[in-house]
Design a protein around this ligand. Structure first.
Ligand code: NAG
Ligand code: NAG
Ligand code: NAG
Length: 335
């Protein structure tokens, strides 16, 4: 009797151990399965954004800043000693004849800034949003080939983009791209839209007239060349004047609204001319070491408006008493 009792008892114990073992094993497998389901999502996100390279230390960067800090690894060259120098992405949103060409030469005199010019001037680069994204991706991966490229030790890379080059057409997708990619926006506007209009007309006249030795120039490097271009005094259409100023003003306001969720700063051409502080602010915004910036460009129109407009009396009468009256006498030059 006794042996048979124990022989039935042992299997019970064994069965219990076996059951516990199976349960523990099952739980383990489920746990592993869950981990495999959830874990891969995170590294994927990081590698898409290309933000965190395994070897670069980002521990002293504030969490809300991480989005704006990049360590691009270009395919065509190595960033060498600066591989872990963080790079910020920027775009200058502006309008023709608002000083953006001059501003870019100032930025490019900084050893750590590459501003690659008006690359969307070429229509095929902006034929649709996927083309735009591809173009921007190339710039921000430090692979855009231009005279401004500084490669290894760049700390801020960008371009200038005129609002009428489809920025307003695709604004929603572009703002999303900027937010997702961590692109900072510099708006560069001209306060005096009447002076801007004169510059637009003069520049467009010179496209045909080619006043400087038979070549058209939008920007010049000597006072002689500037004076030659400034000799032309455009005649403004008085009936279109107020509508033209209004539509330029509206475009500026709309663009500010469209990109208000993006990290941004607003610069005015007049402030850049008058005070060095505007350039300091821009460098701080781009998070580059602050230094004195230089440009060889020479301002073209430096005379009072009355001497630059052919039909000054008509223009004066049209704007007098309007919301644009202040454009008539605010100089943007240092006399
Ligand atoms: C975008 O434009 C390019 C040509 O510029 C074309 O090859 C491509 O198919 C277009 N993509 C879409 C999605 O329309
Ligand atoms: C700026 O460029 C210089 C020279 O190329 C480099 O030594 C320096 O590390 C760079 N600084 C930053 C903040 O990128
Ligand atoms: C035009 O060309 C001549 C001869 O090449 C040169 O001496 C002169 O400086 C040029 N003028 C301007 C305004 O560039």
């Amino acid at each position: 009797m006794f042996p048979s009792k124990t022989s039935t008892k042992i299997p019970y114990v064994l069965q219990g151990v076996l059951l516990l073992f199976v349960i523990a094993f099952g739980v383990q497998i489920c746990f592993l399965c869950l981990r495999q389901l959830t874990v891969p999502l995170k590294p994927k996100e990081i590698s898409i954004k290309g933000k965190v390279e395994a070897t670069c230390d980002i521990s002293n960067i504030q969490p809300e800043e991480i989005r704006y800090v990049h360590f691009p690894r270009p395919k065509t060259y190595s960033r060498e000693a600066c591989a872990c120098t963080p790079v910020g992405f920027f775009v200058i949103l502006s309008m023709q004849r608002s000083g953006s060409g001059w501003f870019e030469t100032l930025l490019n005199s900084h050893p750590n800034i590459s501003s690659n010019g008006e690359i969307f001037h070429v229509k095929t680069r902006r034929s649709n949003m996927s083309k735009i994204q591809k173009t921007l991706d190339t710039v921000y991966s430090l692979e855009w080939i231009s005279s401004a490229a500084k490669n290894e030790c760049v700390a801020a890379v960008g371009l200038k983009w005129m609002l009428n080059q489809d920025v307003m057409v695709h604004h929603r997708q572009i703002a999303n791209y900027f937010n997702w990619k961590g692109v900072s926006v510099i708006f560069l506007f001209r306060r005096n839209l009447l002076r801007r209009l004169i510059s637009v007309l003069a520049n467009s006249y010179d496209r045909d007239a080619k006043l400087i030795n038979g070549t058209h120039k939008s920007h010049v490097h000597s006072r002689e060349e500037a004076d030659l271009l400034a000799q032309f005094r455009p005649t403004l259409s008085v009936s279109n004047l107020i509508p033209d100023l209004t539509s330029a003003e509206r475009m500026m306001a709309d663009s500010l609204e469209y990109f208000k969720s993006n990290r941004h700063m607003i610069l005015y051409y007049e402030d850049l001319l008058k005070s060095p502080k505007a350039l300091l602010d821009a460098q701080e915004f781009l998070r580059v070491p602050v230094r004195k910036l230089e440009s060889r460009q020479v301002k073209i129109h430096t005379k009072p408006l009355s001497e630059q407009i052919n039909n000054w009396d008509d223009v004066y009468r049209t704007l007098q008493g309007s919301q644009y009256e202040h454009f008539l006498d605010s100089p943007d030059y240092i006399s």
